[in-house]
Design a protein around this ligand. Structure first.
Ligand code: EPU
Length: 427
């Protein structure tokens, strides 16, 4: 096992190029199961999670090859409609094969994911939705056995809470169902729009893109896609926060500022100078009469479905708030156990109190954290520890970095390009 070592205290400076979004790449890759033939996916990040999904699809008979950031996926010989526990337990998003498998083959056997480091994360909405479309789901030996007895048929599906992968799974099933499906209270994340664009380019008929009501008129068959993955808004947000926390200034490029409405406003409220172009965001501290004022104000956040503040940027913002000159109230409304980074941030000197799903952060000012040995618990918690380590005085060692490798492409190279002192060492 490897650990990440950071010698903190260097203000980050320069440009960093954002990769394709993990959470868009995964559903778009799964959508290639819907139509036989060779699909082309561009701007696909090379991550542990995208490799896991390719391995899972490979077990089903799908062939794939990568040339730089382009994936060629041939799903002509799709045979085994099974997602085994060994793969699903390492990546919950494996459940995204359920919708396309029942649509194309009329059956699927997918392991139930079980809990994870951020909460129970049930898949009851996915199952309920598929049952509304005429899929018979039985739960046995830890697996969901899904069978279409006669034919997949459109229906109205209402989500109690907008679910990102739930909406994606239902979209992928409904495109080949007979008749019309209406998804109500659907999730509206940009990754869903990316999937809708790909499915429509394959011949699907989906309207309502960008709203919480999606209407899908089923079609007989689809053709292979040539689609491009949108930039990773969570990666972009993570680097923006890292630059601010280190007291630096820099630009994230090849991103879509329109996908980060809430974060950019919160950063501005915290006193940071944030400017946007069509595909880049620059962050730094304001210049007050010739002096750069390196001060961050305490700002409250509450996570919410898009376009609210993303839960996937909550841990990183908390690391930033430990460096503010004030107090911050952070409410996590999406997952019940997403404060695992707090105990690790305490080890670095942060002052945070937890009360249920609320964290009260007393900022101690920039340069107030000290390097320490800490442990990564999940992907985004790990990136908050990286941010804290970059801002801290001295050496931080983060163990279990495989979590980071699930979602941040070329993390060390990108941080080094911004001037950070960071490297991997054997544990
Ligand atoms: N929920 C249910 N039942 C379900 C599905 C969801 O109760 O069947 C609940 C969840 O427990 C949660 C809420 O609904 O309270 C929303 O969860 P959602 O289904 O939207 O989460 P997800 O689809 O499993 C995706 C991302 C996550 C991200 C969440 C929220 C992918 C592959 N994963 O998960 O990304 O945190 O949406 O935005 O798209 C990450 O990248 O680190 C990550 C965890």
């Amino acid at each position: 096992m490897e650990k990440l070592v950071i010698e903190g205290g260097v203000p980050l400076k320069g440009n960093v190029r954002i990769s394709g979004a993990k959470n868009a790449a995964l559903p778009l890759m799964a959508a290639t199961l819907l139509a036989p033939g060779e699909h082309v996916l561009r701007n696909v990040p090379d991550l542990r999670d995208t490799r896991t999904l390719l391995r899972l699809m490979g077990n089903m008979g799908v062939k794939s090859r990568r040339e730089d950031d382009v994936l060629y996926i041939d799903s002509t010989n799709l045979e085994h409609a099974e997602a085994p526990y060994e793969l699903v337990k390492t990546m919950r998003a494996s459940v995204l094969v359920l919708g396309p498998l029942v649509a194309r083959l009329g059956r699927a056997r997918v392991s139930r994911p079980g809990g994870c480091a951020i909460g129970a994360r049930p898949i009851d909405f996915h199952i309920m939705g598929l049952e509304h479309l005429g899929v018979r789901c039985t739960l046995e030996d830890g697996y969901v056995d899904a069978v279409v007895d006669s034919e997949l048929t459109g229906n109205v599906v209402y989500f109690d809470i907008p679910s990102v992968t739930g909406t994606e799974n239902l979209l992928m099933a409904a495109v080949l169902a007979k008749g019309q499906t209406v998804l109500k209270n659907a999730a509206r994340e940009p990754e869903i729009e990316n999937l809708i664009d790909m499915l429509n380019s394959m011949g699907a008929k989906i309207s309502g893109r960008g709203s919480d009501k999606l209407i899908i008129d089923g079609v007989e068959s689809l053709t292979p896609a040539d689609a491009t993955i949108i930039p990773d808004r969570i990666e972009a947000g993570t680097y923006l926060i890292a630059i601010a926390a280190s007291g630096g200034c820099g630009t994230v490029t090849h991103c879509n500022p329109g996908h980060l409405p809430s974060l950019l406003e919160k950063l501005r409220h915290a006193g940071l100078l944030v400017t946007e172009t069509e595909d880049s965001i620059t962050i730094g501290f304001p210049d007050k009469e010739g002096d750069i004022e390196r001060h961050i104000s305490g700002v409250d956040i509450k996570t919410a479905p898009y376009p609210g503040y993303p839960t996937d940027l909550q841990a990183q913002f908390m690391a930033l708030m430990t460096l503010s000159g004030g107090n911050s109230v952070i409410k996590e409304t999406i997952f019940e156990n997403r404060f695992m980074h707090v105990a690790e941030l305490h080890r670095m000197g942060a002052q945070i109190k937890i009360d249920g799903r609320t964290a009260l952060v007393s900022g101690l000012g920039l340069n107030s954290l000290d390097g320490a040995q800490v442990m990564a618990t999940d992907l985004r918690a790990s990136s908050s520890l990286v941010i804290a380590g970059l801002a801290a005085r001295g050496r931080t060692e983060i163990s279990r970095i495989y979590h980071l490798e699930r979602g941040y492409e070329n993390l060390i190279e990108k941080l080094t390009g911004l001037g950070a002192r960071v490297w991997k060492e054997a544990e």
